[in-house]
Design a protein around this ligand. Structure first.
Ligand code: SAH
Ligand code: SF4
Length: 356
């Protein structure tokens, strides 16, 4: 039988695991302290656990991190890791430092089945879902490295490779650990799931986890969105906005949604489209993030000009929609969005940052 990787277990699952071993619940606290606070992954060194328990753990369980294939440093401080997730399955994560925070952009799948027409991951197709352990290991590897440099991760975003809401259980369990004070202890506002609009899963998400939601909208009408984000053919903009409202009203705390909108020259960047978008989002507690398109090999689009993006932003802002433009970062190490297209082993990905 395969050993169970303890990084896959949230606090509840660890409680059950220790209960099944006939151990007391405080073992959960002890092991989480070793893993997430001390970054000690060797059972033999966890000296407040009894020797028989350490032996039992070594027999039944493991705490395994993926192999680091590459680590690159950009001139602007962005760091990119390429990690091996099983044979020939590589993913990437990116750390984006800013003055007042450090954002880690992580992956939820190897590849993606949703085939958005402007996305390099979509072009590569779907390979596999990551496990909770493989998702959490990304954050642990980055924390280990950054803590040693006195840097920290203040935000985690599921904006790397894959569609997180097509890998729900693994992503939700990972969110539990990101929010848990015994693990990463981030606030719900600092963890963001970005989705292209898997409507039924968004409903479940709104009930299952309090983390923040980003929605990849990219077009103000169904005709164009059907083309750019093919899942729109299944779940229309109307259905998408309906579930967004449900998310906003679920739970007791105030919620907002971030709408992502990739700026594609002469495709979705006209004044008319900006006005249409403003009308669509009126009355929704939302922010819009304009993302300059990052071209990649074989991509059929071009980035809108800075002037066009500014005008688009102004139209939205004038109509009361809070709008920012995301700045591309880490370009010199292929850390920016879409820059890794075509490199089979380097499947993905992107680094973005919001402009204040
Ligand atoms: N699958 C999820 C999360 C990963 S993609 C989603 O689609 O939301 C993260 C963001 O990067 C999404 O908003 C996506 O539309 C955007 N993106 C993908 N390819 C891009 C490119 N070439 N240039 C700019 N943004 C891109
Ligand atoms: Fe998948 Fe998101 Fe890329 Fe669309 S944009 S193909 S959903 S990773």
């Amino acid at each position: 039988m395969d050993k169970q990787n303890l990084l896959s277990f949230n606090q509840n699952a660890l409680n059950n695991f220790f209960m099944d071993l006939g151990e007391k619940p405080y073992r959960t606290k002890q092991i989480m302290h070793w893993i997430y606070k001390v970054h000690e992954l060797d059972f033999d060194k966890m000296l407040n656990l009894s020797k028989p328990l350490r032996e039992k753990l070594s027999e039944l369980a493991c705490i395994k991190l993926p192999k680091i294939i590459k680590q690159n440093f950009a001139l602007d401080g962005v760091i990119k890791w390429v990690l091996a997730m099983g044979e020939d399955n590589h993913i990437e994560m990116v750390y984006i430092p800013e003055k007042d925070r450090g954002t880690l952009c992580i992956s939820s799948q190897v590849g993606c089945a949703l085939a958005c027409s402007f996305c390099s991951t979509g072009m590569q197709g779907f390979n596999k879902n990551l496990t909770t352990a493989e998702i959490i290991a990304q954050v642990l590897i980055a924390s280990q490295y950054l803590n040693a440099k006195s840097k920290r991760i203040s935000n985690v975003v599921f904006m790397g490779m894959g569609e997180p809401l097509l890998n729900e259980q693994a992503v939700y369990n990972a969110c539990d650990l990101l929010l848990d004070d015994l693990a990463f202890g981030l606030s719900r506002r600092k963890v963001t799931i970005s989705t292209s609009g898997v409507v039924p899963a968004m409903k479940r998400m709104s009930e299952r986890t309090p983390v923040s939601l980003a929605v990849s909208l990219h077009a103000p009408d169904d005709h164009l969105r059907d083309e750019l984000v093919p899942i729109n053919q299944k779940y229309s903009i109307e259905a998408l906005l309906k579930v967004c409202k449900l998310y906003l009203h679920a739970g007791t705390q105030e919620r907002h949604i971030l709408f992502e909108y990739v700026m594609l020259k002469d495709v979705n960047d006209s004044t008319e489209q900006a006005n249409k978008l403003a009308k669509l989002l009126k009355g929704i507690s939302a922010k819009v993030n304009l993302i300059p398109f990052n071209p990649f090999a074989q991509s059929q689009y071009q980035t809108s000009s800075a002037q066009t993006i500014e005008k688009f932003q102004d139209i939205l802002s004038e109509q009361g929609i809070r709008t920012m433009t995301r700045r591309t970062r880490g370009e010199d190490i292929d850390g920016a969005c879409g820059q890794l297209a075509g490199k089979v082993l380097d499947k993905t990905k992107r680094a973005y940052v919001r402009r204040h």
